[in-house]
Design a protein around this ligand. Structure first.
Ligand code: F3S
Length: 639
């Protein structure tokens, strides 16, 4: 009767009941961080006074900010390495690969819970883990042995039948799901894949699907653990962590979708949203300027071998710049040993290191007004680093074939071989540093000048009367709030500095405005804070004095981050009230100390002499955290 999701949650349940929507707390077995969110997470872990992490396994990866055009990123990496060494955390060195690809290869295990300070942590759902993305502070709390709080999710069944045809890939499956469910369709839900079609997909293909389930807004996505999972683990020398897992045959789901893989065509997500999905046949022939292959979505050995097969003995079209980043040292070394790397290089592809690279705007920004095809998971406005660029999301097959044709092309017309599954993966963990076990107290943590102390917040006042410092539209992403890119990311450990970039492309001088009026409120449309898990999008606004965000709706991780940093997330009881508010209006919220679960609050628009009602989805724990001025304050109070 239970779904796979319910089985894993039940085995980890520490508080609450399994009723849909109920606040629950689950034990976390594994954590991961990456460098863009990791420095904050470890500063927070240190602030909690934890000597050794309490999880079964915690890993710190460096994959985002790897450009070293100044000392900042290098300082961050050294801090991450030494803080990991001291506190019982494995450290995956820069060069070893993208966190989700490496974690899938070397650590993720069926039936385990994984909490990661990166929104694409659900990648490990491809192996049957319950893998959830969260803010760095939630991950720090998990490392400190605290359970992870969430609401018992609904469970959606996506039943796969048939088998993919050549030229159609698992990327097209998740693009199809995005077309069906939209970027808001997964909120509060876990997406569980079942059906005969599951057996036809290998683990990296499954991981592509669970990875991009993040774009549905889902809590996570998960595949059963079966003989395919066993084979993958065996080829990674990790068969000892295999356990067979699946939903019961009569499991009851909240929603069900069915996709016949036989009927699926190559798909494409058009600018500027992952759910603006069309069939490739609708856009074939469009001239392109750039192709970028890689990212945690599509950088596995299988993906790279398909790309190499399509590019073999061909040359990249002269109007196209093609860059390729393999997902891990394991993948790159295998490509190098079997000769496929030569096929990639010979085609004219520009090989990048095994990192996030252009996905996070670290280099390879496309030409002005470009059409750029990317195998990544996000194509939000401006994320590529070129505001005028039109970024489309596609499979490796579409990307590689289009790169040699110079126009968007249908890979079902390409000549290439489906790569054979490798007999064994090349296992070499020499770039993963185990923590000091004997004398961690002797390890010295190195803090360069880029590692700044955490900003502090004050407890929530009973009455807040402040300006609306910014009013934004629907689907504002964390990229809009706290942009990424090579000029910004080096300051991820320096909130004072990074606050200069908050809403940079939305409102000029936002930081100065906030500081001059003493902070205030943000008013927003639907799905506020979608996208990345970066807690800087809450932490820096907290530093600038933001006390509440009043939105039509929130993305899950961002809402949790707001609470963690003491910013109250309210929703309009009547969405039409959004239209009555202007930037600069003074709002007054009284009796905040009487906040209670399910209790609506009244907001007075002092400027307009009107008032309106706001709701919230806060649990009692959330309210206690907000009253303390954020989760760190709450923990320091001995809670
Ligand atoms: Fe990195 Fe892009 Fe994935 S930034 S973790 S490759 S979404």
């Amino acid at each position: 009767m239970p779904t796979l999701t319910e089985k894993i949650i039940k085995a980890h349940l520490q508080e609450g009941t399994m009723d849909r929507g109920c606040p629950i707390a689950i034990k976390i077995d594994q954590t991961l961080t990456q460098d863009a969110t990791g420095t904050m997470a470890y500063l927070q872990l240190e602030a909690m006074g934890v000597d050794q992490v309490k999880t079964e396994l915690s890993v710190s990866y460096v994959d985002h900010n790897t450009l070293q055009s100044g000392f900042e990123n290098a300082d961050d990496h050294k801090y991450l390495q030494t803080v990991a060494n001291k506190h019982g955390i494995y450290f995956s060195r820069p060069g070893n690969g993208i966190c989700h690809q490496v974690h899938l290869e070397r650590f993720a295990a069926p039936g385990k819970t994984l909490l990661g300070s990166d929104s694409h942590t659900p990648t490990a759902g491809g192996i049957g883990a319950l893998a959830i993305g969260a803010g760095g502070l939630d991950v720090a709390c998990a490392m400190a042995g605290r359970p992870f709080n969430l609401k018992m999710p609904k469970v959606v069944n996506v039943k796969l039948t048939g088998a993919l045809h050549k030229g159609v890939s698992s990327k097209d499956i998740i693009l199809k799901v995005l077309q069906l469910m939209t970027v808001k369709g997964g909120v509060g839900k876990v997406i569980e894949y079942t059906g005969e079609g599951v057996k036809t997909l290998n683990i990296p293909q499954r991981a592509t699907i669970t990875n991009m389930g993040a774009e549905l807004g889902a809590t996570t996505s998960i595949f059963p653990s079966d003989e395919v999972t066993y084979e993958f683990l065996k080829k990674q020398n990790r068969e000892d962590c295999f356990v067979a897992l699946s939903a019961d045959d009569d499991a009851v789901y909240d929603e069900t979708y069915e996709i016949n893989l036989d009927d699926l065509e190559p798909m494409i997500a058009m600018p500027h949203s992952p759910d603006a999905v069309k069939s490739i046949s609708e856009v074939v022939g469009k001239k392109i300027d750039q192709v970028a292959i890689g990212s945690c979505t599509n950088s596995s050995y299988r993906d790279m071998m398909i790309v190499a097969s399509i590019l073999k003995n061909k040359t990249v079209a002269e109007n196209v710049s093609l860059c390729i980043s393999p997902g891990s040292k394991q993948v790159l070394t295998m490509l190098s040993q079997n000769g496929a790397l030569t096929d990639l290089i010979s085609s004219g592809a520009r090989m990048l290191e095994c990192t996030c690279g252009p996905c996070i705007g670290m280099g390879q920004s496309p030409i002005t007004n470009a059409w750029s095809l990317r195998t990544f998971n996000r194509n939000f406005y401006g994320r590529s680093g070129t505001l005028s660029a039109n970024v489309c999301l596609v499979s490796p097959e579409v990307a590689a074939y289009s790169a040699i044709k110079g126009v968007i092309s249908d890979p079902r017309e390409a000549e290439f071989d489906i790569p054979a599954e490798p007999d064994h993966f090349l296992v070499d963990d020499s770039m993963i540093i185990a923590p000091e076990k004997q004398h961690p107290e002797n390890v010295e943590i190195v803090r360069g000048p880029n590692i700044k102390p955490l900003p502090e917040n004050t407890p929530l006042a009973d009455t807040v009367e402040k300006q609306v410092v910014i009013k934004v539209v629907d689907n504002i992403t964390t990229d809009h709030i706290a942009p990424a890119g090579a000029k910004v990311l080096p300051f991820r450990s320096n909130i004072e500095k990074i606050s200069e970039f908050i809403f940079r492309d939305v409102q000029a001088g936002f930081k100065q405005h906030c500081l001059s009026v003493g902070g205030g409120f943000i008013v927003a449309g639907q799905n506020y804070g979608q996208g990345s898990s970066r807690e800087h999008a809450a932490l820096a606004p907290m530093y600038l004095g933001i006390k509440a965000v009043i939105a039509k709706s929130f993305a899950r991780i961002h809402q949790a981050n707001l609470i963690n940093f003491g910013i109250v997330p309210f929703t309009f009881a009547n969405e039409a009230d959004y239209d009555t508010i202007d930037e600069g209006d003074v709002l007054k919220i009284s009796n905040l100390h009487q906040l209670a679960p399910g209790k609506a609050m009244m907001v007075e628009n002092v400027t307009k002499k009107t008032s309106f009602v706001v709701n919230h989805a806060l649990s009692q724990l959330d309210i206690d955290i907000l009253m303390a001025g954020g989760r760190l304050n709450y923990i320091k109070m001995g809670k």
